[in-house]
Structures are given as C-alpha cells and as structure tokens.
Design a protein around this ligand. Structure first.
Ligand code: ADP
Ligand code: MG
Length: 264
C-alpha cells in the first residue's frame, strides 16, 4: 500500500506528488505516461532506492524503508531501466546473486542450487557454458536484460517492479517476457508493476493501468477505460493511431505516422 507518496531528487522539487495506491498479489499494473512523467522515479522509490520525502510504502503492513535487506529481497525485485555499467562478473555468478539474496549463502552452492540456476538460465535462453566463461559486461543489451530477468526469477520476490521490461528484447523474447509476467501474476499470485511504453502490451497484459503525468496519477482503471483516445491525446499531447483488430482485446495502437498519411 502506498499512501501520499512524495519523492524527488532535489529538496522542494518533488517528481512524484502525493501518490496513493492499493494493490494486491496477482495483479498486473501498467504505468503509462510520457517520457519524464515519473514512472522510473516511482519504481525506484517503491524499492526505497530513492527514499520517499514523505508518505508511506507498506508491504503486508511493514515499512519498506525499515526492512532488513533479506526481507526486502523477498518482498521486492526490480528490473531497472538504465542499469549502471555492470561489474565484470561471470554471467552465472551474477544470476546466482538473485538466488542468494533471498536464501542467504549458507556456506556455498549445493547441487540443488546449481540445478535451479541451470534451469533458470535455460528458461531465459542463456547458454550454460557461456555463462561460466562470459562476463556480464560483455553481453548485448538484450542478453543482459535476460540475465537480469533470470536473476529476478531466482530471487522470487512477491512484488516485481519492471521498468520497460521489453526494451532490448527481440520479439520472441518479448513474447517470453509476456508469458513470464502472466505466470508470475496468475499462477504464483505475485504483484507485477511495470512501466510500459507499448500500449498494446498495456492493453492486453495489464489488469489495470495508471496513467501518469508530471508525477501525478491522471487515470487509474482497466486498460480499456484508461487507454482512451481523449486521455492519450491529453497526456501525450498527440493523438494515437487506433485500430480494431479481431481477437485483440480492446484497441490496437500503432505509431502515428508509421503508415504513410496516418496521424501525421
Ligand atoms: P519516466 O521514467 O516516466 O520517463 P523519470 O522518472 O525517469 O521519468 O523522470 C521523471 C523526472 O525526474 C524527469 O524530469 C527527470 O529529469 C527527473 N530525474 C530522473 N532521474 C533523475 C536523477 N537521477 N536526478 C535528477 N533528476 C532526475
Ligand atoms: Mg523511465
């Protein structure tokens, strides 16, 4: 539960203004809004990486800022949008950090731990041999994104905060990401909050969309009520190109101007 949250980078200049939110396990919530509207800042604040200036963030009644790091690792996992240049660590070791942030090291890796890491690497299309020999700072953007998703999967937090999770991924891996998010929410009853630019993913995958503008929530509800032409025009200052496609839930969006003569 988030209550009257305010946070920012400089005193007296909040990026997020008085935001409140109730969410439950099993929900997929999309944060939609223009560049600079505060999506990444909100996600960072929810993990307490950026401490709130005022307000409360409670998970099962406990203040996030007061949780010991092991408890926080069990509660929240975060995929950041612009990862700092990673430490030159072997891929497998980096992924295993997710596992041990949750369980503790207890004197090393058991065969069971190794098996869990192997299976996760395979699931995210990561080569087991290369995982030992290759370092994370030598990976492509998409490969590193999958490594970070594998790490979060092993961390197995009850809340997943994903900042633009499809960025860098080719479409087969985007589709894997969509299945991953559904599985986390539908089967494992995790709460997923993700910042997403792709309105089609927001429309088809999310149960609920929060539309942000200048650090405030302008609309909050089911995707088909929030991703409306008038609201999108108001928030983005530009009309979206909207289509109806059979079998696709709600509206289908394309980038205005992509089809010549459309929305230009
Ligand atoms: P979004 O993710 O919605 O594109 P951000 O949350 O990254 O937006 O940014 C919201 C606002 O906060 C922007 O005005 C941005 O300039 C500012 N901001 C983001 N990161 C920093 C930072 N590290 N230091 C200072 N200001 C920042
Ligand atoms: Mg962002």
């Amino acid at each position: 539960m988030v209550e009257n949250l305010r946070c920012g980078f400089f005193p007296g200049r909040p990026v997020i203004h008085s935001l409140s939110l109730e969410a439950a396990g099993g929900e997929i919530i999309g944060l939609v809004g223009p560049n600079g509207s505060g999506k990444s800042t909100l996600l960072r604040c929810l993990t307490n990486w950026l401490p709130a200036t005022s307000g409360k963030i409670l998970i099962d009644g406990r203040e996030v800022g007061a949780m010991p790091s092991r408890d926080r690792a069990r509660a929240i996992g975060m995929l950041v949008q612009n990862p700092e240049h990673p430490v030159p660590m072997p891929v497998r070791e980096f992924i295993s950090l997710g596992y041990f942030s949750r369980r503790g090291w207890f004197g090393g890796e058991s065969p069971l731990d190794r098996d869990a890491v192997d299976r996760t690497m395979q699931r995210f299309g990561l080569d087991l041999k290369a995982g030992v020999n290759c370092r994370v700072d030598q990976l492509s953007g998409g490969e590193f994104q999958r490594v970070r998703l594998a790490q979060i999967h092993l961390q197995d937090p009850s809340i997943l905060l994903l900042d633009e999770p499809t960025s860098f991924l080719d479409w087969p891996f985007q589709s894997m990401l969509i299945r991953f998010v559904r599985e986390k929410a539908r089967q494992e009853k995790r709460l997923v909050v993700m910042a997403i630019h792709d309105l089609n993913i927001a429309m088809a995958l999310c149960d609920r969309v929060l539309m942000l503008r200048d650090g405030s929530v302008l609309a909050d509800g089911p995707p088909k009520d929030v991703l409306r032409e008038d609201l999108l025009q108001k928030v983005f200052g530009h009309p979206p190109a909207i289509h109806t496609i059979s079998h696709f839930p709600g509206r289908f969006f394309s980038t205005p101007g992509l089809a010549e003569g459309e929305g230009s």
